[in-house]
Design a protein around this ligand. Structure first.
Ligand code: FES
Length: 98
């Protein structure tokens, strides 16, 4: 059986898409960023491919715990679909972009 690796609490990755640790999020909360969108803009957590579906709930819990904000008052961050670059030639040729 594999031995569990003990990581310092702050080194735990909360946002896997952007590799943001718990300590980075707690630091942002201590700086006064107390909404999910503010934490997102400060740390990039929630800006990854899943758009916060994985980390958003944990970020809200961290804000509640370390920021003293009632978790039920925190709204999820605005989801934005991932954007990928499209060459301008695709428009000229009328290619199907989907
Ligand atoms: S885990 Fe945070 S954006 Fe995907």
């Amino acid at each position: 059986m594999a031995e569990k690796i003990k990581l310092p609490d702050g080194d735990v990755i909360i946002c896997r898409c952007e590799e943001i640790t718990k300590q980075e999020i707690v630091d942002a909360i201590c700086e006064g960023y107390l909404t999910v969108n503010e934490i997102r803009k400060r740390t990039r957590s929630g800006m990854g491919f899943c758009q916060g579906k994985t980390c958003g709930r944990i970020v809200r819990q961290l804000i509640a715990r370390y920021g003293g904000v009632e978790e039920s008052t925190l709204t999820p961050a605005h989801a934005r679909p991932p954007v990928r670059p499209i060459p301008s030639s695709a428009f000229e040729k009328g290619e199907d972009l989907l």
